[in-house]
Structures are given as C-alpha cells and as structure tokens.
Design a protein around this ligand. Sequence first.
Ligand code: FMN
Length: 375
Amino acid sequence: MGAGQYLPPLFSVAPMMDWTDNHYRTLARLISKHSWLYTEMLAAETIVYQQGNLDRFLAYSPQQHPIVLQIGGSNLDNLAKATELATAYGYDEINFNCGCPSPRVAGHGCFGVRLMLDPKFVGEAMSVIAANTNVPVSVKCRIGVDDHDSYNELCDFIYKVSSLSPTEHFIIHSRKALLNGISPAENRRIPPIKYEYYFALLRDFPNLKFTINGGINCIDEVNLALKEGAHGVMVGRAAYNNPWSVLGHVDSEIYGAPRSGLTRRQVLEQYQIYGDGILGTYGNNRPNVRDVIKPLLGFFYSEPGNGLWKRKADAAFQHCTTIKSFFKETLVAIPDTVLDSPITEAPAGRQDLFANTKGLLPPPYERREQEVAYA
Ligand SMILES: Cc1cc2nc3c(=O)[nH]c(=O)nc-3n(C[C@H](O)[C@H](O)[C@H](O)COP(=O)(O)O)c2cc1C
C-alpha cells in the first residue's frame, strides 16, 4: 500500500488485557457495528508455543470485524511465526505493542514500552510482521519512557520505525510511561497527558497516520478530536466502563449511520444467546457466568437501579448456572424505561479538552533535515 492511501479507523476501542476479550467484543459489536475492536495484547510466544491450541487465543466470531490483533514480543523469529499463524484467522490489521509498562511485560527484557528505547529493533520487528501478513500493520506507543520524554525523542522513534518498515499508522497514548515503582493502573493516570505531542506529530509527519488515545471519555470528545484534525480516535476505559453511552453513539455520531433505535433489552437478549452458548466451552467450567457477565458490569452506568442490580448480580453469581437465569434474577432491579429506551442524546464533553494544545506545540522536528544535510 502506497504512503498516504491507508486510512486508520475513525473510532476504535483500545486493546485492554483481561477486558477486551471475546465476551466484551461480542457485547461491543452488538452495540456498535462500525467501531474497530482491538484484542487484548497476545504475546508472540503464546501464539508460537500454543500452536495446537490456537483457536483458544485467536478465534473470534465473524461479526467482530473490523478487528485488530495486538501482539507483543521481542524475538523476531517468534514475531514472524506468530504473525503468520495469526494471519490465517483473518484479522483486519496487526498492531504491535510498544506501550505496555506492566512489569510482567516491560520487566522481561525489551518488551512493551521499553521497545520505544530501541526504535531500530521496532523497525525490524515491524518489517518482519508486515512481511508475514497481507493486512496493514500499526504500532501503539506512548509519548516517551522515564526521562526519555522529549518531543524530539518521540519523533526519532516515529521517524526510524516508519523509515525502516512499512508502518504508516501509529496510535499514540499521549502520556509517557514510568517504568519504576508505579503500577500499570497508575501509569494510565499519573504521567500527564500531552496532546500537544500528538498534534505536533500530525504537523511533522504529514505522510503518516496517527490515532489519538488517552483520556477521551465520550463521543462528544471523540468528535472534538476529529475536528481538531485527528486521523482516528481510540477510547479505552470509557468504552469499557460505560459501553452503552460511548459505543451506542459511534455509528450515528461518527460514521453517519441512521440511529438504530436499539434498546438495552434487545442487546441483552442477543447477548444471552451468545452467553448461554459459550458457557463451559473452554472446559473446566470456563467461561462461567461471572466471566460472561463481566463486560456488562458498566452497562447500566449511572442509571436508576444500577447499584441494586450489582448487588443482585453478586448474589446471583453464587448460584446461577445460565445467563438466562442470571438475567431473570437480576434485571428486576432495572426500570423498564432504562431497558426499553433507545440511546438518548450524547452527553456533552469537555469543550476545552484540546484548548491549550495549539499554544503548547513543541518546535518542529528537524532531525531529518540535519541527517540529510550531513549525509
Ligand atoms: C485494564 C487495561 C488493560 C490494558 N491493556 C493493554 C494492552 O493489552 N495493550 C495496550 O496497548 N494497552 C493496554 N491498555 C492501555 C489502553 O489501551 C489505553 O492506551 C489506555 O487505557 C489509555 O486510554 P483511555 O484513557 O481511553 O483508557 C490497557 C488499559 C487498561 C485499562
């Protein structure tokens, strides 16, 4: 694909370990037909060493398209093999994780966000990934690591990776990662968001595509980012914690589709069929009712009856063996008006989210010109 032809998704749901599993993605797709869905990160080694068991890790229902597999790793052979094996499953894009600060990931050699310190390797990894698939490839990264957090260092990373490989799309989680001492959750809260780095990348790399990520909480803010020039917007926690409100507006407000008129009850009816069909299919009572219900725990976010529903859910987890019986026992807590109303107007977001960005833009990246001049 030639430079500039590739268009990233306007709206995507972020990869989230233990969250964006098959159950969540099934729910998300019932609510929004157009959102791009990212898998949880899957280590290349898991794919390579579980070759007899690949469906467990890589299979998904066709309804989940468009879907992106995120892989992680630091061994070129394994990345190559994993990409080849995964490509058979028909993912729409392969994304490489260069943003995860978890000690489980970043602490073991060069993996996750530590890879930002080795752009040459990431370039090689992306070449190997691209060579083993026929779909677009992308990188998800932070804006820096520890004290390697200048705009110029971020640009060096983007420049080297895109020069050494066919990577045209970068997803920018617009805060740096701190590798020592704080948890992954704190690493998504404590380092400040710097959207100005993201917008400066749009200015300095006009031939590449960038998706903005981090701290975008509702559809109004997604639209605001697109109006500011973002090529694509990725939402993580808000899409998980409040799926009805966030995903329920994507098709109409971002993709211009007519409003579906879908209600929560209709979604739950379809999800029940999925859930009861999948219970126990991995063996050993997995998935169980709790696993399948987990993505629904934010489904009634801030609605009347939500607290009571969650208390009933806690009790129902103890004895319900089907999703049908779980719903029968718990949904009495939710008023019919909540269950049977189509999605309402999208809530207003923070209009000042990007207000200071223009004034804070770092000076343009100049390394390339210097390299050319001294070559
Ligand atoms: C529970 C959880 C798990 C995550 N797992 C991954 C992951 O596997 N790969 C990844 O690139 N980012 C992961 N992230 C980071 C998100 O993809 C996203 O970059 C981050 O949450 C910021 O976006 P948000 O503010 O919209 O949530 C995870 C985030 C959460 C909350």
